[in-house]
Ligand binder design. Structure first.
Ligand code: AMP
Length: 114
């Protein structure tokens, strides 16, 4: 199966503005930012979407959320707040089938989302 675009970023086959990386996850700036700070955090190991996550992914999913909060804090977003978004499937607005968490901040978010 062909690689997802985020695997290609992980493998340095295409450029990205990487803000964090460890053995489990990689975070980089969204190419089409929807807020002053818009970072994508994705597991290095592909889970297509949250709907396909298994109980064996529990630790990785916990890592993803805790790391998202850490990155938000490091980006100076903790005081004013920020939004974490995971899109799932066509109605959810998912366009890349490689689980990722959007970290959005630097402006006031609206509710409901579009
Ligand atoms: P989603 O719609 O939730 O699947 O999010 C996919 C996100 O990936 C979108 O916000 C895109 O702007 C972003 N994106 C697509 N290609 C790239 C890329 N090469 N580098 C960084 N972000 C990308």
């Amino acid at each position: 199966m062909s690689k997802t675009i985020f695997e290609r970023i992980r493998d340095r086959e295409i450029p990205a503005s990487i803000v964090f990386e460890d053995e489990d996850v990689i975070a980089f700036r969204d190419i089409d930012p929807q807020a002053p700070i818009h970072i994508l955090l994705t597991p290095k190991r592909v889970i297509p979407r949250i709907n396909e996550a298994l109980s064996s992914d529990k630790e990785l999913l916990g890592t993803l959320l805790l790391k998202a909060a850490e990155i938000a804090r490091n980006q100076g977003l903790a005081e004013n707040g920020y939004r974490l978004v995971i899109n799932n499937g066509p109605d959810g607005g998912e366009t890349v089938p490689h689980l990722h968490c959007h970290i959005l901040g630097g402006r006031t978010m609206k509710w409901p989302p579009g």
